[in-house]
Design a protein around this ligand. Structure first.
Ligand SMILES: Nc1ncnc2c1ncn2[C@@H]1O[C@H](COP(=O)(O)OP(=O)(O)OP(=O)(O)O)[C@@H](O)[C@H]1O
Ligand SMILES: [Mg+2]
Length: 276
């Protein structure tokens, strides 16, 4: 069974093709890193897989069925997470309210639901975090709670949109390790978007690269190359590899790192904090 399959999918937004006849298959239990510049369509692709964004043509299949809204077999951690509401709520309250929300307004947590919440918290090492109020948690700690929230309902496919944003390298590694463990222990397929390959490169099975409306999937060594990325970006790209690290260069600019800097808006302190 495949976890996610795009067959010649075209998605048009605001009169523009964000994806044009993009095809790829993610197998069951695969951990895929999704890369692509700002605006390449990473979030759009996930929303389409969730049935939230319609396709102009082509077909999307999720776990061998057509993509539909509200598919409990798909867990989603959106990119726009904003500031948490209700800072005095505990982490547990936040995850529990998501569990309740999924059951259409049931107010009381029954035993089965508590077990489900504990199961999700345990898989991201967040049992202790969940006892604290979310207002006092760091960004990275809150991220872990959101990850546990995405696990509610025991999905077979997990869509994680930029879980590394605004985390420092040590915390990034923690999140990537957790994702890898979820894949290993639960055999969940994971689509994990990011602006930089380096934090992911040792954990993922394959990479999905988006650019110019196209999608290319494959082993890192085959996809993250000058010729393939030049085709996607429609510009001369050189991939420089130093030990285990990749640098995707257009001229003398590292394009992935530039995208990362823009995401943070100001650029101070983030652009070069990837070592380790
Ligand atoms: N509802 C919409 N109407 C019109 N254009 C849209 C809409 N949603 C997204 N877009 C455009 O589609 C393109 C892809 O956006 P998307 O958010 O998928 O990119 P992304 O790869 O996730 O980028 P980032 O790395 O910045 O998160 C962007 O140019 C965006 O402006
Ligand atoms: Mg996005």
């Amino acid at each position: 069974m495949s976890a996610l399959r795009f067959d010649a999918v075209t998605i048009r937004l605001g009169g523009r093709d964000i994806l044009s006849a993009a095809s790829f298959v993610i197998e069951d239990g695969e951990f895929i890193g999704m890369l692509g510049a700002n605006g390449a369509g990473k979030t759009t692709l996930m929303r389409a897989a969730l049935g939230l964004t319609p396709v102009a043509s082509g077909a999307i299949r999720v776990l061998d069925r057509p993509a539909t809204r509200g598919n409990a077999a798909v867990g989603y951690m959106p990119q726009n997470r904003g500031r948490a509401q209700g800072q005095r709520l505990t982490g547990y309250d936040v995850v529990a309210s998501a569990a309740i929300g999924a059951r259409f307004g049931l107010v009381r947590l029954d035993k089965a639901m508590r077990r489900e919440i504990d199961w999700a918290l345990d898989h991201v090492d967040a049992r202790a975090l969940a006892r604290r109020s979310i207002g006092e948690l760091s960004g990275g700690e809150r991220q872990r709670l959101l990850l546990s929230q995405a696990l509610l309902g025991r999905p077979r496919l997990l869509l994680l949109d930029e879980p590394l944003i605004s985390l420092d390298p040590a915390y990034q590694k923690g999140v990537v390790d957790i994702a890898r463990r979820l894949r290993d222990e639960l055999n969940i397929a994971i689509l994990f978007s990011a602006h930089e390959l380096n934090p992911l490169v040792n954990a993922i099975d394959r990479v999905l690269y988006l650019g110019g409306g196209a999608a290319v999937i494959g082993p890192v060594d085959e996809v993250v190359t000058g010729p393939v990325l030049s085709r996607l970006y429609g510009a001369e790209i050189e991939v420089v590899r130093v030990k285990e690290r990749f640098f995707v260069m257009a001229g003398d600019v590292d394009v992935e790192r530039e995208a990362h800097r823009h995401e943070h808006g100001h650029g101070h302190g983030h652009g070069h904090a990837q070592d380790g």
